[in-house]
Ligand binder design. Structure first.
Ligand SMILES: NC(=O)c1ccc[n+]([C@@H]2O[C@H](COP(=O)([O-])OP(=O)(O)OC[C@H]3O[C@@H](n4cnc5c(N)ncnc54)[C@H](OP(=O)(O)O)[C@@H]3O)[C@@H](O)[C@H]2O)c1
Length: 265
């Protein structure tokens, strides 16, 4: 399927690593020009460089989205090479080892700032231009934990409910504008960091020694789902690329869960 992304320009926040990197690479492979973003200059430049080596257009934006000044720097850098048509708000932090007893009010406020307000900052910088041009796509990456909160990392789960909620509110604000707003609520994402975390936990919990042994046990224990595995970044990137494309113009205000059918244990 031709996603008709050539001629479009996309900023993926937090694309120097993890899921955001895979999304940026996939959008570029589908023909979009991409802006790769992170705080770490070397890591961000390396991702953009390797996208360019494949013949695609990739620029770099550096900045800490936890601050207004950092977000402004990112928006300015992103707009240097042309308008931004597609904004993927992917930056987010989480820590499965934190629970109610050890998450202070400062940590609740801090994670809300990074996971929610960083997106608001980028929306406020970039969506007015999309509205003026009569076309745009805004996609929040969130987690299924927004719908299925667990006892662990309650502050993270709450930020995901907020991410889904703001995506719907923004769609109402943008009605009849040609700009859509949606959230992609992900189940587990098999990034290198998550695989390392689950491998250590699996060995300590007696789930096995190799990743092949550990994965089904980790899924059963932590994220029971009908498919029986952790989600691969590529599957999420496929959905995000479709939502970002002109083909998805009738989808707005939605939270699309992609989680293998994750259910409450
Ligand atoms: N991994 C999962 O299992 C999972 C599941 C569901 C949803 N999600 C969501 O998916 C998104 C990506 O997760 P991930 O696991 O791919 O994350 P990750 O591997 O930790 O990557 C995080 C990215 O965000 C950037 N970043 C972090 N804090 C930042 C800040 N304050 N300002 C600017 N950039 C910042 C990092 O850039 P630098 O390091 O270069 O600064 C990096 O590029 C998150 O929103 C998360 O909530 C993840």
């Amino acid at each position: 399927m031709d996603l008709q992304l050539s001629g479009k320009r996309a900023l993926v926040t937090g694309s120097s690593a993890g899921l955001g990197e895979v999304i940026a690479r996939h959008l570029a492979a589908e023909g979009a020009a991409v802006v790769v973003h992170g705080r770490d200059e070397a890591r961000t430049a390396a991702v953009a460089g390797s996208i360019r080596e494949k013949g695609a257009d990739a620029a770099v934006a550096i900045g800490d989205l936890a601050t207004d000044a950092g977000a402004e720097e990112v928006a300015t850098a992103a707009l240097k090479g042309g308008p931004v048509d597609i904004l993927v708000n992917n930056v987010g932090v989480y820590d499965p080892s934190v629970g109610w007893a050890d998450s202070s009010s400062v940590e609740w406020a801090g994670i809300y700032n990074i996971n929610v307000i960083s997106s608001v900052r980028m929306i406020q910088h970039l969506v007015p231009g999309m509205r003026e041009r009569g076309w745009g796509r805004v996609i929040q990456i969130s987690s299924v934990l927004g719908d299925l909160p667990q006892a662990s990392q309650p502050h993270y789960a709450a930020t995901n409910a907020a991410r889904n909620n703001l995506a719907a509110s923004l769609a109402r604000e943008l009605k009849h504008s040609g700009v859509t707003s949606n959230a992609v609520a992900a189940g587990g994402v098999l990034t290198p960091g998550i695989q390392d975390f689950l491998t250590d936990l699996g060995r300590q919990s007696g789930w096995g020694e190799t990743w092949e042994e550990i994965e089904p046990n980790a899924v059963n224990a932590l994220s029971p789902n009908d498919v029986g595995r952790v989600g691969r970044p590529r599957g999420y990137a496929d959905l995000v690329s479709y939502l970002a494309s002109p083909l998805a113009g009738y989808i707005t205000g939605a939270t699309l869960r992609i989680d293998g059918g994750w259910y409450d244990a």
